[in-house]
Design a protein. Structure first.
Length: 279
């Protein structure tokens, strides 16, 4: 496994590859877990060569406290990546990526950016668009892999690729969960034992939502979820929405042609957890 921190070194390596080799790319912010590894394994199956990046992108954090506290486990990450035969890892510094200007570029994602996470994390998707576009310019992958865990981000990246005519195929990957159903996340390690024990309630609720949505309206299901969290002593609901998968707009009336998904964000003390389920 080769590890490069400089844009020029990684590009020199990629340019030296035989013509016709397919490159799969998995961008991450490190603190890797089995969810990340599932993306890399899928990319390995579908490409001749896989490159992962580890970069905690400062421009997508709206709170400096979150950026400072973001877990950094680079040695363990590299050991994980080596164990699953990742070919190349790109680990740039912020200066290497942004030079002297650590700011994000403004993007228009046809309104996707104003829904859900966009309402609660100002500037987040401009930061995501900026870094993903930059990394695509550096790596020039044939395919790039993103988790459905961050479903809104996945749709936003698809929109960016479409609007900017970027020559890359975006592949969505299923949410990888702990045995008790909690969606794997780098933030889970920051939960207190008490909150960690409570957190599977989130996915349990989503599974019940899926059943209820068969017979009840979106408004009724939303009301039911809100009530469940009102009575919860450890988990605080930030939002719950049932939305159309394509435009991410909250729905009022179901229609047979559309695909729907339920989205949730919850605070366990200061730790913000998100999850979603296809309905
Ligand atoms: P992050 O390091 O949190 O930016 O995540 C890097 C990539 O891994 C993103 O595309 C995430 O959606 C994806 N990812 C994170 N957690 C999971 C998970 N539990 N299952 C599937 N994909 C995930």
């Amino acid at each position: 496994m080769l590890v490069f921190a400089k844009i020029k070194s990684v590009q020199d390596k990629l340019n030296s590859l035989k013509k016709g080799i397919t490159v799969g790319f998995v961008p991450t912010m490190g603190a890797l877990h089995k969810g990340h590894l599932s993306l890399i394994e899928k990319a390995k199956r579908e490409n001749d060569l896989v490159i992962a990046s580890i970069f905690v992108n400062p421009t997508q954090f709206d709170k400096n406290e979150d950026l400072v506290n973001y877990p950094k486990t680079i040695d363990q990450d590299l050991t994980f990546l080596k164990s699953i035969f990742c070919d190349i890892v790109f680990t740039p510094t912020a200066e290497e990526i942004y030079e002297n200007n650590i700011t994000s570029q403004p993007f228009l994602f046809d309104g996707l950016e104003f829904e859900m996470e966009g309402k609660f994390r100002t500037g987040h998707f401009d930061g995501v668009g900026t870094i993903v576009k930059r990394l695509f310019e550096v790596v020039k992958p044939h395919s790039a892999y993103f988790g459905e865990k961050d479903f809104q981000q996945l749709q936003i990246i698809r929109k960016m690729v479409e609007k900017h005519h970027l020559p890359v195929k975006i592949v969505g990957c299923p949410i990888y969960r702990e045995e008790d159903g909690l969606a794997m996340s780098s933030r889970n390690t920051r939960l207190s034992p008490e909150h960690r024990a409570a957190a599977p309630f989130i996915y349990k609720t989503l599974k019940e939502v899926k059943i209820k949505f068969g017979t009840k309206s979106a408004a009724e299901v939303c009301e039911w979820v809100n009530k469940k969290f009102e009575n919860h002593s450890l988990l605080k609901l930030e939002y719950f929405e049932i939305a159309d998968e394509n435009n991410l707009k909250s729905i009022s009336i179901k229609n047979a042609q559309s695909k729907y998904r339920a989205f949730i964000a919850v605070f366990a003390e200061k730790i913000r957890l998100i999850d979603n389920i296809s309905l």
